[in-house]
Design a protein. Sequence first.
Length: 116
Amino acid sequence: QVQFVESGGGLVQPGGSMRLSCTASGSIFDMYYMGWYRQVPGKPRELVAIVTRAGTTTIVDSVKGRFTASRDNAKNTLFLEMKNLLEEDTAVYYCTPSPPKPENPWGQGTQVTVSS
């Protein structure tokens, strides 16, 4: 059972940048699609980006042009580069295979707060 630990969150001002990391406890090589998700209290978790094993990405429209996702299969790590952050980007960010699988439980996520 591979587990994920997200890190890199914190408080940033609007317009700022942040880089999130997600480290897996085992190999992610066989996880063809890996996703970054985010959740605001009281709302369902939403997909932000998908990264394939080959490194190609799909970014949702709401963050396109501002967020970039990548992965390092050798280090079992994913990254989410965020720039020009908006207050509405405030959320807890998670990574997991896409679509989520029951054998890979959600991690605790990392809180990103965009506020002046």
